[in-house]
Write a protein that binds this ligand. Structure first.
Ligand code: NDP
Length: 484
């Protein structure tokens, strides 16, 4: 098999196999071909991983931040040097076009390693002067063993977005990729070792949800960071709460994108394309409810259809292809099921809507117009290339409708009226907002959701607070005053 790794798991600096675990077949979504066979972690493998993380963590935390940061920055360099090889692997694992993986996956993973590697040396507590010469100082401490659990849409990026801040703070990590895309996290683990990371600080175990659940409930684990759906988030958050574990939850969305009639239409159409069809629509922050002001609706839809007709759909390994298959047959069927619901509930199909026959899990980029707020396709996360276009008249009306949803991951507005743009984002109930663009997530900026879309933030300096905690030390320079 083309992409068979040395073994399924990576623990204590080495590949580890246990064929007693349930088999995991890795499928190239463009052809349906099996490219690797791995095994889910048995209880023994999970034990080995947690044990090695626990054993390695203290020593790692005792290094200076500069030393830890150096390892992460070296790993970033290695990832960039191997970008093409890693991108080809990611394309086979996910089906995403090489045109995308070359610029969005190992590169954004490397950005996270470089950014948090750079921060590691400056992570400190503070000195707080008090009356009478007393003072407090705070010590920023690692949490201990952190568990990362990933979704299948950005496997390399998620492995690094969780691993880099965790390691920068002096934690050790056990990472469980989605069983749909298990290959690239193993490469991240290998590269960290090559960059000089001590054995055991970044371990990868494969498995289905039950493996994730056994990691979350283990008493050695201090923190769980999940990227996944809301139902999984609920379960993992509840399980972590039993032991008061720290959590970061990066969950789903049904984000609004508002296009006012004074917007630059070409930019708005570009934003809607990026925010609905990049990675075949399998992006959590996608702006899948596109509210278009009535005066420009026809123009917007016409231009959108023209631009979609220029999408090049095909073999994701062909670098000129910019729209690939969905990650799995199951995910494709879920998205096609929503297309049927959209039609049945009276939305007007203006583009696509069909499976593309000929092998692989391909469906057309799909646009519905005349969608109303109560339709299923406007309420539920589809996680596929299905855009809903809704009409609106006024600013107040559209803001209320945009917020009328349980999710709050992202939101965007296209307008040339600056004051209106800021008024709208001030009113958005969302963690990540965009003005006149959509879906950019640089490592320097906090990323995460409000409402049901999650808890905590990834990236930026804020991520440090989610992977460390403060110890407060009160120092008295005076006698102790007791009442009796
Ligand atoms: P799932 O919620 O199905 O799975 C996420 C991960 O959790 C997988 O590794 C899964 O393992 C694991 N898991 C499942 N059940 C449990 C459990 N009880 N305890 C511990 N772990 C468990 O999500 P998908 O992989 O289908 O990813 C799609 C979802 O992820 C979408 O809702 C999307 O919006 C969200 N997402 C959010 C992002 C964000 O940053 N906010 C980014 C990307 C995606 P297994 O796969 O083996 O079941």
């Amino acid at each position: 098999m083309k992409f068979q790794p040395k073994a399924s798991h990576f623990i204590n600096g080495e590949y580890v196999e246990d064929t007693n675990g349930a088999p995991i077949d890795v499928i190239f979504p463009a052809t349906g071909e099996i490219i690797a066979r791995l095994h889910s972690a048995t209880a023994e493998v999970v034990e080995q991983a947690l044990n090695s993380a626990k054993m390695a963590q203290n020593e790692w935390a005792a290094l200076s931040g500069t030393e830890r940061g150096r390892v992460l920055r070296r790993a970033a360099d290695v990832m960039r040097e191997r970008n093409r090889e890693l991108s080809i692997l990611e394309t086979h694992d996910t089906g995403k076009p090489l045109q995308e993986t070359l610029v969005a996956d190992a590169t954004s993973g490397a950005d996270a390693l470089e950014y948090f590697g750079g921060l590691a040396a400056s992570l400190t507590g503070e000195h707080i002067p008090l009356g009478g010469g007393d003072f407090v100082y705070t010590i920023r401490e690692a949490l201990g063993v952190c568990v990362g659990i990933g979704a299948w849409n950005y496997p390399t990026q998620i492995a690094c977005w969780k691993g880099a801040p965790a390691l920068a703070c002096g934690n050790a990590m056990v990472f469980k990729p989605s069983e749909t895309t298990p290959l690239s996290a193993l490469k991240v683990a290998e590269i960290l070792i090559e960059a000089g990371a001590p054995k055991g600080i970044y371990n990868v175990v494969q498995g289905y949800g039950d493996v994730g659940a056994s990691l979350v409930t283990d008493p050695r684990v201090a923190k769980v960071s999940l990227t996944g759906s809301v139902p999984t988030g609920r379960k993992v958050y509840a399980a972590a709460a039993a032991d008061m574990k720290h959590v970061t939850m990066e969950l789903g969305g049904k984000s609004p994108m508002i296009v006012f009639d004074d917007a630059d239409i070409e930019n708005a159409v570009s934003g809607a394309i990026l925010g609905n069809f990049y990675s075949s629509g399998q992006v959590c922050s996608n702006g899948t409810r596109v509210f278009v002001q009535k005066g420009i609706k026809d123009q917007f839809l016409a231009r959108l259809s023209e631009r979609l007709a220029a999408a090049k759909i095909g073999d994701p390994l062909d670098e000129s292809v910019n729209f690939g298959p969905m990650v799995s047959e199951n995910q494709m069927n879920i998205a096609l099921g929503y297309v049927e619901k959209g039609k049945a509930e009276g939305a007007r199909l203006v583009y696509g809507g069909d499976r593309i026959e000929g092998g692989g899990f391909y469906m057309q980029p799909t646009v519905f117009a005349d969608v109303t707020d109560d339709m299923t396709i406007a309420r539920e996360e589809i996680f596929g290339p299905v855009m809903s276009v809704l009409d609106f008249d006024t600013e107040a009306e559209v803001l209320a409708r945009a917020n009328d949803n349980e999710f709050g991951l992202a939101a965007g507005v296209f307008t040339n009226d600056l004051t209106r743009a800021h008024r709208i984002v001030a009113g958005f109930e969302a963690g990540t907002c965009y003005i006149n663009t959509y879906n950019l997530a640089p490592v320097e900026a906090p990323f995460g959701g409000s409402k049901m879309s999650g808890v905590g933030r990834e990236n930026s300096k804020l991520a440090i607070n989610h992977f460390s905690e403060m110890k407060t030390v009160y120092v008295s320079m005076n006698d102790v005053e007791a009442p009796y």
